[in-house]
Design a protein around this ligand. Structure first.
Ligand code: PHB
Ligand code: FE
Length: 340
């Protein structure tokens, strides 16, 4: 069965602003319900219920909050964010499609897929309201399971500090005078238990006379060893459209990411096992086992999910060129980066 490309927007009508559609009613378990367009979101002690015309899709709440947190933090990311094999979002950069069953051959073969288009701003606002209300005090959706509390049960406080984390941008470079500081113990960033063996020494600096205060160097591994989040890449270098994004990973990537361009992965430490599948049908393509120093290009026509049995360090290299999704989808560019 061949399925339509994901760069094509299926339902072009953009649904109305979300603020009129957010409900303040609280259910028996203490949680609010939310609505945007014809989608309704409800939570109980164990599950997120996604209601859409004619049916409902259910996702265990911990997995749902972990995926939702990434979709919000990454601004719907590049291409598709599948929360599971049924529900997700597709970024059209300004608008976003929210779908049930679109990348699922079984749903598509009986025409049970459902898609609506929203302005990215509106959907983000609803998603933020959901994560703020549905995340209890002891749960951090960015935390590794062994390092955070319980996501289940009746409404119990909130964890706005965790779910409203903001990206910090250096003016020029972390560590330069007047710019962002490196992470330290005193600022609440102890070395992670898995990285106790990572040397914390600082690079030696020998700027030429006249360049003192303009040149700096960081120990990136030491910086990463103090990361308090998992599966949340930080942009560590920007050169035109080239974005290098470093991250620490533990347990499962909370989303199955469908690429709309090529992305490169460099395994810095430990091991990640990737399941790679066809982006639309989900047909298995391959397993990629990445060990320290391994480099992989993830093609533009796949989706992938990673498993990190022990906390590991990973570098992603993203190409931010906005023309790429269309050029891949039209066939102008091959899905892979190199012809051997
Ligand atoms: C990816 O989709 O390639 C991805 C996303 C987040 C990560 C790592 C990899 O932390
Ligand atoms: Fe990806």
């Amino acid at each position: 069965m061949s399925l339509a490309p994901l760069t094509q927007v299926r339902n072009k009508a953009v649904n109305p602003p979300a603020n009129k559609l957010v409900s303040k009613l609280v259910n028996k378990q203490g949680y609010q319900s939310f609505q945007i367009g014809q989608f309704k979101f409800e939570r109980d002690e164990y599950f997120a219920h996604i209601l859409y015309p004619g049916n409902r899709h259910i996702v265990p709440i911990e997995a749902f909050l972990r995926a939702l947190m990434r979709d919000i933090a990454w601004g719907f990311f590049y291409g598709t964010v599948n929360f599971d094999r049924v529900f997700g979002t597709i970024n059209h950069y300004g608008t976003v499609e929210m779908f049930v069953g679109l990348n699922n051959t079984a749903y598509r073969s009986v025409h049970k897929e459902y898609v609506e288009t929203f302005s990215s701003k509106d959907l983000k606002r609803v998603f933020e309201a959901v994560i703020e209300d549905w995340t209890n005090a002891e749960f951090d959706p960015f935390g590794a399971p062994a390092e955070t509390g319980n996501a289940y049960g009746l409404k119990q406080g909130d964890n706005l500090k965790a779910v409203q984390r903001q990206r910090l941008s250096a003016k020029r470079m972390v560590g330069l005078p007047g710019d962002l500081k490196m992470r330290t113990e005193e600022d609440g960033f102890p070395v992670n238990r898995a990285f106790a063996d990572v040397p914390q020494d600082k690079p030696e600096l020998h700027p030429a006379p006249g360049f003192e205060g303009q040149v700096y160097a960081v120990n990136l591994f030491a910086h990463l060893s103090r990361s308090d989040v998992t599966w949340n890449p930080s942009v560590v270098s920007v050169v035109r459209d080239s974005l290098l994004c470093a991250t620490t990973e533990e347990f499962v990537l909370p989303v199955i990411h469908g690429n709309d361009r090529v992305e490169w992965l460099v395994q810095f430490s430990d091991e990640i096992i990737w399941d790679v599948e066809d982006k639309i049908t989900g047909m298995p393509a391959c397993k990629v086992i990445m060990k320290p120093g391994d480099v992989a290009a993830m093609p533009a026509d796949i989706r992938h999910c990673g498993y990190s049995p022990k906390r590991s360090m990973l570098l992603m290299w993203e190409n931010n060129d906005g023309t790429l999704p269309h050029r891949h989808a039209s066939g102008e560019l091959a899905p892979y980066p190199v012809e051997f």
